[in-house]
Design a protein around this ligand. Structure first.
Ligand SMILES: [Zn+2]
Length: 332
């Protein structure tokens, strides 16, 4: 089989999600470089590595978040479920709906409450954390430290990943919240070996778009994972969903928009300087990518951390259902 083309022809405005969109030059409108050239660039000597040490902490080991601001006070008694959910903003206050939100994480939701064992407080907070960011309007200072994805979404991402790994074609779709408060992934076609182009209009009746999810299969390159490309993140400027998901290897990644990011986009739109914002975001990513000495996946991590920190985006990462905040404005 001939070697497939590894770069994307997609433009930023079409909202493609693809690692091959990553360029080194920082010019949004210019020609992108290929995956190979990125890897070649990775082995070149670097003039500076000012960001590498901080990023290495994020890439190579668990982050000590004990001193960071937390959305919930972990030492305080657990508030009742209705109180937790009512802090999320814009949610119904009826207790049955609050339970419904939590039930969306259960593999087998049951209407019987009395016989159920109480959910651990820590888990409630993580579930509430996901509900918080999935409903948008997140302030960066209030970003939860950890979130728990609904089982339905974890299973769907696992399936998408297995399909991608088997075919070496990027898979994905739209993560939506149903009328009943559950979450699901609406898979769609449109992937190539280095591109997944989402159809943001693929949302069913009563469903709310939460975010695009796609995969990065890198086995042909000898890699088992790799996080968001610069193109994946710059596309957030043209999108409106509160979250973006990525599955690659054993890892699930998510980026949450914030009110601060929305304000940044709005200011640039009003000044008709939206392309300047995209160029600046791309440059932030690629400067950190180039400055980091390490393997390709670690360089990608450096890029994501840099762009999230500078542009008010919150970066989550983990395996299975639990994702932890590993980057963003409040992470030093
Ligand atoms: Zn991608």
């Amino acid at each position: 089989m001939s070697e497939p083309e590894r770069r994307s022809s997609g433009e930023v405005t079409t909202s493609p999600s693809c690692a091959a969109d990553t360029t080194i030059g920082g010019d949004v409108s210019g020609s992108d470089v290929t995956f190979e050239s990125m890897q070649a660039r990775a082995s070149e000597p670097h003039e500076t590595c000012s960001s590498q040490h901080a990023t290495a902490e994020l890439v190579r080991g668990p982050v000590d978040l004990s001193t960071k601001k937390e959305h919930f006070d972990l030492d305080s008694p657990a508030p009742p479920v209705t109180t937790l959910v009512n802090t999320l903003g814009g949610m119904p206050t009826a207790s049955d709906q609050a339970y419904g939100a939590l039930d969306s994480h259960a593999r087998h939701p049951s209407p019987v409450r009395v016989a159920e064992a109480p959910m651990p407080v820590d888990r409630r907070r993580k579930i509430a954390g996901f509900e918080q960011i999935a409903r948008g309007h997140l302030r960066e200072a209030g970003a939860p430290e950890a979130i728990e994805l609904p089982v339905s979404l974890v299973d769907a991402l696992e399936k998408a990943w297995k399909d991608a790994d088997a075919s070496q074609v990027e898979t994905g779709g739209n993560v939506v919240r149903t009328y009943g408060g559950t979450y699901k992934l609406r898979r769609s076609e449109g992937g190539t070996n280095r591109l997944f182009e989402a159809d943001e209009h693929d949302v069913g009746w009563g469903e709310t778009m939460i975010g695009i999810a796609h995969t990065h299969p890198y086995r042909k390159e000898g890699l088992d994972h790799g996080t968001f490309s610069d193109g994946d993140i710059v596309n957030l400027v043209d999108e409106s969903e509160p979250l973006k998901f990525l599955r690659s290897g054993p890892f699930t990644y998510a980026i949450a928009r914030t009110k601060e990011f929305e304000a940044l986009v709005k200011r640039h739109e009003q000044a008709q300087r939206i392309d300047d914002l995209k160029k600046a975001m791309k440059k932030s990513y690629n400067d950190a990518f180039s400055a980091f000495h390490g393997a390709f996946p670690d360089q990608l991590e450096a890029g994501v951390n840099a762009i999230c920190k500078q542009f008010h985006l919150v970066y989550y990462q983990g395996q299975g259902a639990e994702l932890r905040r590993v980057g963003g404005p409040s992470i030093q």
